[in-house]
Design a protein around this ligand. Structure first.
Ligand SMILES: Cc1ncc(COP(=O)(O)O)c(C=O)c1O
Length: 342
């Protein structure tokens, strides 16, 4: 494990927090041509670039309300493979909290760069400790928990893997937004990290229409899909365990399938998505080809801009193609985190 200290160098506009949620849903009419319609909820429209802004603001507000998180006193520490860290660092920065992030070293270099620039201190679990993303996440949880226990009263750990506010963020915001935009939905598809988004959205949607089917996307063992976990190689988060009955079907997606979908949606729709959205898209297309499917909605957790190093390593895009997409793809809002990848 290595500890890197950084200075705060990017202070977001405080009003940015009010822009969390109400992300757009678009139809992917070209890539899903001839099948049931596929819709994607573009969660990178959240101000810090992913669906995790929702869970983070809900968990911080809950911590403040319960008196566990105190301004000027508490340090926020959290294990995360990326997006929760970025959301915590950005929102914490706005609200005046010091942030420490425990992160597997194999998270993308761009993710780590953003965290540094947002003033977070990074505690990296190294590759020997975490040969796989799932295992690495578990090591990160152990390290963050031991910090909290070693310094009583100093740290607040939101613990996204167990915090009910993570579930509630999606039950109260993402679920209602999907229902309002797509009441004809027959299948809902999303990836599993903590399980907060799938359980929160699924519970809300099934309360509106119990026929809606919920499909969980899980990556292959030994995967390279940042943010998702394979439950055969890492333990099931408590949040998910409590509500796992809401899931009707699991689809395992390989790295190759996820990256092929990333490439295909760039070619067909000029949309530039992150690896976990590629895995979700692969599953959405499979569901859309089945008889009886009326309308599919998938969650696209983040866009492709943080994944230049990953897409280069796996041959998804050449550096020229990547640069072209970064500057000309549709639906890429110019939020400031995207200027922090150096
Ligand atoms: C890129 C990405 N996709 C999907 C997810 C899954 O979200 P959840 O933690 O709500 O299961 C995450 C979570 O970290 C993520 O970062």
């Amino acid at each position: 494990m290595g500890v890197k200290k950084t200075v705060q160098s990017a202070i977001p506009d405080p009003n940015i927090i009010h822009r969390i949620g109400n992300t757009p849903i678009i139809e992917l009419s070209r890539i899903a041509e001839g099948n049931a319609p596929v819709h994607a909820k573009l969660e990178w429209y959240n101000p810090f670039g992913s669906l995790k802004d929702r869970a983070v603001i809900w968990m911080i507000k809950q911590g403040e309300k319960e008196g566990h998180l105190i301004k000027g006193k508490s340090i926020i520490v959290e294990p995360t493979s990326g997006n929760t860290g970025i959301a915590l660092a950005g929102i914490g920065n706005v609200l005046g909290y010091q942030i420490e992030i425990v992160i597997p070293s194999q998270a993308s270099s761009e993710t780590k760069s953003i965290l540094h620039h947002l003033g977070a201190q990074l505690l990296e679990t190294d590759d020997d400790l975490c040969p796989r993303v799932g295992k690495g996440t578990d090591q990160s949880i152990a390290l963050a928990s031991s910090l909290v226990e070693s310094y009583p009263g100093k740290y607040f750990m939101p613990n996204q893997y167990e915090n009910e506010a993570n579930f509630r963020a999606h039950y109260e915001s993402t679920g209602p937004e999907i229902w309002q935009a797509n009441p004809e939905i027959s299948h809902f598809v999303t990836g599993i990290g903590t399980g907060g988004s799938i359980t929160g959205i699924a519970q809300f949607l099934k309360e509106q229409d119990s026929n809606i089917k919920v499909i969980a996307v899980t990556p292959q063992p030994g995967h390279h899909i940042q943010g998702l976990r394979n439950l055969r190689e890492s333990s099931m988060p408590k949040l998910l365990e409590q509500k796992v009955a809401l899931i009707d079907e699991w689809i395992e997606v390989s790295d190759t399938q996820a990256f092929a979908a990333v490439r295909a949606v760039a070619d067909n729709e000029n949309l530039f998505i992150g690896p976990s959205s590629g895995a979700v898209l692969h599953a959405c297309l499979e569901i859309s080809r089945r008889r009886g499917t009326k309308s599919v909605v998938g969650i696209f957790a983040d866009d492709g801009r943080k994944f230049g190093s990953v897409y280069n390593a796996f041959g998804v895009f050449t550096p020229e193609e990547f640069e072209n997409l970064r500057t000309t793809a549709k639906h890429l809002p110019a939020f400031f985190v995207n200027n922090l990848m150096i």
